[in-house]
Design a protein around this ligand. Structure first.
Ligand code: KG4
Ligand code: ZN
Length: 348
């Protein structure tokens, strides 16, 4: 079985072909094409939703064609089309969703809507390289830490396709904090990679920034840290930017690693999965491996940031939920998901 995965929830237009030769067998990554809009949004220091949507419109068809060509796959070789249904930017999601629906309709293929956050977690079932087949998949139950530009969530995954949300950020997402602090330090968007690069050059490593532990909960908070950085940058005796970047990265990675490790211990899971763009951070990968009481799985950096392969990978667990392309279907935005999480917390 071969699935084409399409992802357009934020600022990456991505498509990929993923296959599986036996039911429940390991996944093979046949191709993964990502057209990043990073440079387009650098001038504004963040994603402008309409600009993102229009860029997806321009990039989508060439990206899909390339993903099929790289996989050496014809339309007849596909069994389903999977696409991100949300959460994400509504305009951006609509471009990918409608394109996937059109392709599925034209080719008579089933359409599998995929949750973006679940997609990030599913990247842990992919091999590290194109042309390879996954080895040693993670053991369940697992605890998943999803850290991206839009989300910071701790999820308990008892079985495939089933997640219980233990906690998440109460304000900024971890990646959002990297992006905002980058702006304070005059670094380009997206802020994660340049902050990590600058932090690695710090010669003095003394500054200690606050950590919001929010004890007794699996929630996170990064807005106080961002304010602390802003105050430090503005103070007359501010340390050099490299030391600030280092102290910031330490604070974020310390909280994420310790809270994820403690939750993994408490829940008695068999593995700890890390996913999302911030999981590409070297220091976070290191700290989580230091703290975790159970085996840690983190996709290679190229499969941590948004990609189509993770959407196809997640779709293999939802084959029974495929829908005809002409059915009444909709996307769901990040705002809709956040409101649902708040409602659930109030009634819990
Ligand atoms: O998962 P992703 O590609 O998109 C969303 O779903 O949001 O994550 C993008 C986020 C951005 O905030 C970016 O700054 C962050 O991931 N990021 C990193 C690194 N690479 C990307 N953060 C820290 N260190 C990195 N190396
Ligand atoms: Zn993402």
């Amino acid at each position: 079985m071969r699935i084409l995965g399409i992802e357009t929830s934020c600022d990456e237009t991505a498509a990929s072909v993923v296959s599986r030769s036996t039911d429940d067998g390991p996944l093979r990554l046949e191709s993964s094409v990502v057209a990043s809009q990073g440079d387009l949004h650098a001038a504004t220091g963040g994603v402008v939703p309409e600009v993102a949507a229009r860029a997806h419109l321009a990039a989508l068809v060439p990206v899909v064609r390339q993903a099929l060509a790289d996989a050496g796959c014809s339309w007849d070789g596909l069994d389903a089309v999977a696409v991100t249904a949300g959460p994400g930017l509504p305009g951006a999601l609509l471009i990918g969703f409608n394109a996937a629906r059109g392709l599925a309709f034209a080719r008579g293929l089933p359409l599998i809507p995929v949750d973006h956050i679940e997609g990030h977690v599913a990247a842990n079932w992919l091999p590290a390289e194109v042309g390879a087949t996954a080895e040693a998949p993670p053991e369940l139950p697992a605890l998943a830490l999803v850290v991206s530009g839009g989300h910071t969530e701790l999820l308990l995954m008892e079985e495939h396709g089933h997640f219980q949300r233990l906690g998440g950020t109460r304000d900024d997402a971890a990646g959002e904090a990297f992006d905002k602090v980058a702006r304070l330090l005059d670094l380009p968007y997206p802020g994660g990679p340049p902050i990590a690069k600058l932090a690695a050059t710090a010669t003095v490593r003394r500054t200690r920034l606050p950590r919001a532990w929010l004890r007794g909960s699996d929630d996170f908070s990064f807005s106080g840290l961002k304010t602390a950085v802003a105050n430090l940058v503005a103070s007359p005796d501010a340390p050099p930017p490299a030391e600030i970047a280092w102290a910031f990265e330490e604070s974020v990675c310390d909280v994420l690693a310790r809270k994820a490790a403690r939750a993994a211990e408490r829940e008695g899971v068999a593995s700890l999965l890390v996913a999302g763009g911030v999981a590409a951070n070297r220091r976070l990968r290191e700290r989580i491996r230091e703290e975790s009481p159970v085996p840690v799985h983190i996709p290679p950096p190229s499969l941590c940031t948004d990609n189509g392969a993770m959407i196809a990978a997640a779709a293999f667990r939802h084959l029974g939920e495929a829908i005809p392309a002409e059915s009444a279907i909709d996307i769901f935005s990040t705002a809709v998901r956040k409101a649902a999480v708040k409602r659930a917390a109030r009634t819990a």
